[in-house]
Design a protein around this ligand. Structure first.
Ligand SMILES: Cc1cc2nc3c(=O)[nH]c(=O)nc-3n(C[C@H](O)[C@H](O)[C@H](O)COP(=O)(O)OP(=O)(O)OC[C@H]3O[C@@H](n4cnc5c(N)ncnc54)[C@H](O)[C@@H]3O)c2cc1C
Length: 363
């Protein structure tokens, strides 16, 4: 099979950056087209938590295991420090008012000195890790650019097709020619795919805050939390090596806006997250909120990503719908899609569970 001469990757989130990285590693010319900013959407605002075996028992299991291993390799290969480190991971129960009954059920780290109860150990430094996701995405893209890849800022308006095959993309009224195109526009992939036979891709909104001023160890926390008004949710707390503590949660059914810049942040939801963090540790209670953010993760109807060929359009590929595990699964996704594009089949991971043709086309 002839190698494609030029591939256009639409979207510079973690998935597009990873696909570009693995394509350029094989010597293929790549142009990444991004409408707003590298890692400007979920890929720059997510937790960056990684787990080896949390997807076991689902079709995602092998992809996640391959990705967890690749993350460790990439942290050595890529020239940048993007905060990759192994972490211990705990489950807690906490309430906005009062303390859950019973004491800690496993040995609790001393900094978890608030009103929470540590109920389980969820992972160790063998099985859980983290990256700073914006910096990881940029590191992948920078490595692709260092191998001759090109980043073009602009809005991909449509796919140019001729006789059932892709010929390029239209960007700002101009054409960029390509013999393969990868759609990696996260939750916005569905907006472009208008006339393409792709399954539905939605965006699920979530909030996060970044706390500064707490010096706490490399422990990731998943909290079973009950607010004073009875609402239950599960904040996730990820201290980062640079001293920031990232806290996310609070799903919101708000519809996906047209662009990452138009995503609205709800101050009250962010304050609720910070309050939840303050309940589990006096160090977090004393910390200051430095950033409030919101973003949309891309989701599909069956909860599995779409990774593979766009049905019926030769040379068109899609990689999106990674839901809560896009940062984890980006490396193995990028490597497998590069194999599919260059060799005609993915050899490192079985992509059949993620074949876009498994679901009906949205329209
Ligand atoms: C609050 C929250 C916490 C999370 N925590 C974790 C975690 O701890 N671990 C984990 O593994 N995953 C986590 N995730 C999931 C992860 O963030 C996503 O799965 C992942 O970032 C999706 O990456 P993407 O590249 O598919 O999409 P995006 O990051 O959305 O990137 C898509 C890019 O495409 C661009 N684009 C869109 N339309 C166009 C167009 N027409 N032309 C050009 N460019 C376009 C956008 O501007 C954007 O930059 C979290 C998600 C959320 C919301």
């Amino acid at each position: 099979m002839a190698l494609p001469r030029h591939v256009v990757v639409c979207g510079a989130g973690v998935i597009g950056a990873s696909v570009a990285y693995f394509l350029t590693r094989r010597g293929i010319a790549v142009t990444v087209v991004e409408r707003s900013g590298v890692a400007g959407a979920a890929s720059g605002k997510s937790g960056g938590f990684l787990a080896l075996d949390w997807c076991d028992g689902s079709p995602l299991g092998p992809l996640a295991r391959a990705s967890f291993t690749l993350h460790a390799e990439l942290a050595r290969e890529l020239a940048t420090d993007y905060g990759y480190r192994r972490v211990d991971t705990f489950m807690l129960a906490a309430r906005e008012r009062g303390t859950p009954s019973g004491g800690h059920r496993v040995a609790a780290p001393s900094w978890l000195d608030g009103a929470g109860v540590v109920t389980a150990t969820l992972g160790s430094t063998d099985t859980t890790a983290q990256v700073q996701p914006a910096r990881f995405t940029s590191a992948l893209l920078d490595a692709a650019l260092a191998r001759g890849g090109v980043l073009r800022m602009g809005l991909v308006e449509s796919l140019i097709q001729h006789a059932g095959a892709v010929r390029g993309v239209a960007v700002g009224g101009e054409s960029i020619e390509a013999d393969a195109v990868v759609l990696a526009m996260g939750p916005w992939t569905g907006r472009l795919s208008g006339k393409l036979p792709l399954p539905a891709i939605q965006g699920l909104k979530g909030y996060s805050v970044t706390l500064v001023g707490a010096d706490v160890p490399a422990h990731a926390l998943f909290v079973d939390y009950r607010a004073a008004d009875g609402r239950a949710f599960e904040p996730e707390i990820f201290p980062r090596p640079d001293g920031d503590v990232y806290v996310c949660g609070m799903a919101d059914p708000a519809p996906l806006p047209d662009s990452p810049e138009a995503v609205e942040v709800c101050e009250a939801a962010c304050d609720t997250l910070a309050r939840a963090a303050s309940r589990v540790s006096t160090a977090l209670a004393a910390a200051r909120i430095a950033r409030r953010q919101a973003c949309y993760r891309p989701v599909t109807d069956d909860g599995l990503p779409l990774i593979g060929r766009v049905p019926g359009v030769a040379g068109a590929y899609v990689a999106t719908g990674h839901g809560p595990w896009g940062i984890l699964n980006a490396p193995a996704t990028g490597r497998a899609l590069a194999e599919l594009i260059a060799d005609g089949a993915a050899s490192s991971v079985d992509l059949r569970p993620f074949d876009p043709a498994r679901l009906p086309a949205a329209r």
